[in-house]
Write a protein that binds this ligand. Structure first.
Ligand SMILES: Cc1cc2nc3c(=O)[nH]c(=O)nc-3n(C[C@H](O)[C@H](O)[C@H](O)COP(=O)(O)OP(=O)(O)OC[C@H]3O[C@@H](n4cnc5c(N)ncnc54)[C@H](O)[C@@H]3O)c2cc1C
Length: 370
């Protein structure tokens, strides 16, 4: 018998498992995948830690979360500074003085502001009716045309004129030479990969992989007093009220027989014609070095395509609209009535969580539960 059966070895499950074990509870972690770590799983190929479910950059302002993860990994000094490629022209992101200098040849912040204001005025939009008008009213025409339009269209599978204005509330414009994408106090990538970090969290804890909870529910339930379920909430109820929708991403990985493909971890393709939204070159998360500190002769890239999600696909981003929000509330009502099963994590709560937020949530959940 176990005190807790933890369904899912992603960050939520792993943090809860660690906290429960440290509090003297006996836990069993199961996962239907052949590996631990959920969506932060990194697989070592050619000496490179490949982020299999999308690029993951750890960033947080929460000191307690930073201290917590540092118990299980040493973080390198990686700073996310993506580059935009618009038809072969390269621009710095997020929009900052480097971007404006490249776009217009302006040198001072005053000149940049003047240029943006001129374009906003020229467009003359007072009440934006769609995303295109909203973006132009915030940053002017050039930045919109070259850096926002095509990318957003690919992400949503629809022209910006057919997307609601509220999707973009703010578009931060930096009048400094600062390419640091996340304005976070702490940032980095765990040395040795995320899988190793989660492995350290689960140190000494029994884990069964390739084990689907829902397919063996009665048998597994009998093993523990309580269940912490981090899988999809609608799947738990066999989709009886309907299916919660997600937005999906498709990754196309390629190993190249050269040491450097694009010189940066992330390059966004902001034109509408290139079918992928961005290319990730994984080795640059670790400065091109393997675990022993050697240069890696090959490189691995992932092209990311936004794709329509259909039931059965990997769920990535929850859709925050009214329909899905209401459906989740109905499932949550059922979940709140469960006596033995507790729901948590991005799938259990149908909520987009950054890594630091899901760790914080699991720590609070553990504090309450234990
Ligand atoms: C494309 C993408 C990029 C991201 N990039 C970043 C980033 O750069 N920085 C950042 O901070 N955050 C990022 N995130 C967020 C991050 O991925 C999440 O915060 C984190 O993965 C959530 O952990 P979790 O444990 O809730 O879920 P998951 O990692 O999904 O873990 C759930 C686990 O449950 C298992 N499971 C499900 N159903 C069952 C079942 N029936 N039986 C057994 N096991 C089951 C799954 O196999 C999975 O391993 C990104 C997310 C996405 C989608």
């Amino acid at each position: 018998m176990y005190d807790y059966l933890i369904v899912g070895s992603g960050l939520f499950g792993a943090v809860f498992a660690r906290q429960a074990t440290d509090a003297g509870k006996k836990v069993l972690v199961i996962d239907k995948r052949p590996n631990i770590a959920g969506n932060v799983y990194t697989e070592k190929i050619e000496g490179i830690h490949v982020h299999k479910y999308g690029a993951h950059i750890f960033h947080t302002n929460m000191e307690h979360v930073w201290n917590y993860v540092n118990k299980f990994a040493t973080f390198n000094r990686f700073t996310n500074s993506p580059v935009a490629n618009y038809k072969g022209e390269l621009y710095s992101l997020p929009f900052n003085m480097y971007t404006f200098n490249k776009m217009w040849g302006v040198v001072t912040p005053e000149e940049a502001v003047k240029k943006i204001e001129e374009q906003k005025k020229e467009a003359g939009i007072t009440e934006p009716k769609n995303l295109e008008e909203q973006a132009i009213s915030l940053v002017g025409t050039d930045i919109y045309e070259k850096l926002i339009k095509g990318y957003t269209q690919k992400q949503w599978g629809r022209p910006c004129t057919e997307l609601p204005a509220f999707i973009i509330k703010r578009l931060p414009v930096r009048l400094t030479f600062d390419n640091n994408y996340f304005n976070a106090l702490y940032q980095g990538i765990p040395v040795g990969g995320y899988t190793k970090m989660v492995e350290n969290m689960l140190d000494g804890i029994e884990v069964r992989l390739n084990t689907d909870y829902l397919e063996n529910k009665a048998e597994l339930d009998a093993l523990a007093d309580k269940v912490v379920y981090t899988g999809p909430i609608d799947a738990y109820y066999d989709f009886k009220l309907g299916t919660l929708e997600y937005r999906s991403v498709r990754f196309e990985n390629e190993t190249l027989d050269k040491p450097n493909f694009q010189g940066n971890a992330a390059v966004n393709y902001t034109d509408a014609e290139t079918p992928w939204t961005r290319i990730i070159e994984h080795k640059w998360f670790e400065f091109g070095k393997d675990d022993e500190g050697n240069d890696i002769p090959k490189t691995i890239i992932s092209r990311e395509y936004s794709s329509e999600w259909k039931p059965g696909d990997e769920p990535y981003y929850p859709v925050n609209d009214e329909k899905n929000g209401k459906l989740y509330e109905q499932y949550k009502e059922l979940a709140d009535k469960e006596e033995k099963v507790l729901f948590g994590g991005r799938l259990g709560e149908y909520k987009y969580y950054d890594m630091d937020a899901v760790i914080d949530s699991a720590l609070k959940f553990a504090e309450k539960e234990l």
